[in-house]
Design a protein around this ligand. Structure first.
Ligand SMILES: Cc1cc2nc3c(=O)[nH]c(=O)nc-3n(C[C@H](O)[C@H](O)[C@H](O)COP(=O)(O)OP(=O)(O)OC[C@H]3O[C@@H](n4cnc5c(N)ncnc54)[C@H](O)[C@@H]3O)c2cc1C
Length: 425
């Protein structure tokens, strides 16, 4: 019997960078590498944004609450990225009014909120879109049924909202237009690092394929440690935890924009947002020991329903849909809500090759994160003429019909309580 011919290393498809994971982080790395002229292969096991990148709160924001934990650098960078994304992706990332109602029993009083918003505005470069205003407490009661009982003040500022899955598709499409090869479905099975190459084997459709590159980036978010276990020599697990966040969708779209509230049960912040003709409410925080266990629980759903009912007593809280995503946080003691939102990264380098792992971070900061990680492995790759800069490349969803009902409502022209710039008719 003829022996099976194994392809030699020389015959294997060779790329400069192989990216594993088609969430926002993998898409950002692929785009950034392709923009530098490198040949890129991206492997996604399921579909674009199948993981956390379609289960976020869909905000492109600095993260006002991260000020409380002193993450000023993260907030400043996120606000810078927000400005870039509203410019390059105007159909996908829009500024919307955010409201912070302050009640007599709120943990944070008007002065704290005012101080936080002032710092937020400062970190946002004091640009017109960073301004905030204090409204009359009654201004919102009539529109969305916000209870005015015990209401001391309402602050309004602006932040970004997006369709996270559409944004991921748009970044993938941009990578592709710069020459990146995107294979979906394609699931990593093994990554062997030896000398100046990493050889990956992946299942794609019916068969198994192999490819090599000096740099392999594992951008599988909550699957990071599963992927590290597929590497040879084995990569030890990263010191990370998975924290599940659940959202619910209820009937009827909230009208005035996004509300940023404190939950009656435990004073945790949560959002009430307009989303595709419905109201989206989230999120919770619940540690899980495996991504396979990521699913909304009855307890989380009831917590969210109670939280919204406490501030919007007349609203219908029937749950039309509930979904959960998993955050990757660096292992540490203390409440997940107060933990760093920076990505956890690792790079194993040997004789001219590297396996890079990226887990966590924010949707908002995907581009800056990609730029920073690419700089860390660029010395392993040829210096080529840049094709483009990601801060300037326009982004639009290749499936625009999906955006038809991405309704992000702007305040009405006659809304006298809306002195913010950036209104849209
Ligand atoms: C509840 C919640 C709310 C959030 N809200 C916000 C927010 O409002 N704003 C914000 O900025 N950030 C937010 N975040 C954070 C943000 O969503 C994440 O940081 C981001 O989506 C992570 O993207 P990722 O690409 O790392 O992971 P993922 O999107 O999970 O992508 C990983 C991909 O890897 C693929 N994969 C897994 N195994 C393999 C394999 N063997 N081979 C090939 N592919 C594989 C998966 O199919 C998946 O598509 C939120 C997160 C959560 C959990």
């Amino acid at each position: 019997m003829a022996s099976e011919r194994r392809p030699t290393e020389d015959r294997l498809p060779t790329h400069d960078v192989i990216v594993v994971g088609g969430g926002i982080v993998g898409a950002g790395i692929a785009q950034g590498c392709a923009a530098r002229g490198w040949s890129v292969l991206l492997l996604e096991a399921s579909s674009p944004a199948a993981g956390t990148s379609s289960r976020s709160s869909k905000l492109i924001h600095g993260g006002l609450r991260y000020l409380e934990t002193g993450q000023l650098g993260l907030v400043r960078e996120s606000l810078r990225e927000r400005a870039i994304l509203t410019r390059v992706a105007p159909s996908l990332v829009r500024l919307v009014p955010f409201h912070i109602p302050v009640y007599r029993d709120s943990a944070r009083g008007p002065l704290t909120i005012r101080a936080g918003l002032s710092l937020y505005s400062l970190l946002g470069g004091l640009r017109p879109e960073s301004r905030f205003v204090r409204l009359e407490p009654e201004a919102l009661a009539a529109r969305d049924g916000l209870t005015s009982e015990g209401l001391r003040a309402v602050y309004r500022y602006q932040d970004g909202q997006t369709d996270d899955a559409a944004l991921t598709r748009a970044v993938l499409a941009s990578a592709r237009s710069l020459g990146a090869e995107v294979r979906i479905p394609a699931e990593l099975e093994v990554a062997e690092q030896s000398g100046d190459r990493v050889r990956v084997r992946f299942s794609a459709g019916e068969g198994t394929s192999t490819a090599t590159a000096p740099v392999v980036v594992l951008a599988a978010g909550p699957w990071a440690n599963e992927l590290r276990a597929l590497c040879h020599p084995t990569l030890p697990p990263l010191p990370i935890e998975l924290v599940q966040g659940t959202h619910i969708e209820c009937p009827g779209e909230i009208a005035a924009g996004i509300y940023y509230l404190e939950a009656a049960d435990d004073r945790r912040p949560f959002f009430v947002m307009p989303w595709r003709g419905r109201t989206l409410i989230g999120t919770t925080e619940r540690r899980i020991d495996s991504i396979a266990r990521c699913a909304p629980t009855e307890e989380e759903i009831e917590y969210l329903r109670r939280s919204v009912a406490a501030r919007f007593p007349g609203r219908d809280t029937e749950v039309l849909e509930a979904w959960a995503g998993a955050r990757v946080l660096e292992s540490a003691v203390g409440s997940a809500n107060r933990r760093s939102r920076e990505a956890v990264t690792d790079q194993r380098e040997e004789s001219g090759s590297a396996i890079v792992t990226i887990a966590g971070g924010k949707l908002t900061g995907y581009r800056a994160l990609a730029e920073e990680r690419i700089r860390a492995f660029a010395h392993l790759l040829p210096r080529l003429e840049r094709r483009a800069r990601t801060s300037e490349l326009p982004l639009s969803d290749p499936e625009p019909e999906n955006l038809g009902d991405l309704t992000i409502r702007a305040p009405k022209e006659d809304d006298s309580a809306s002195p913010l710039p950036g209104r849209r008719p």
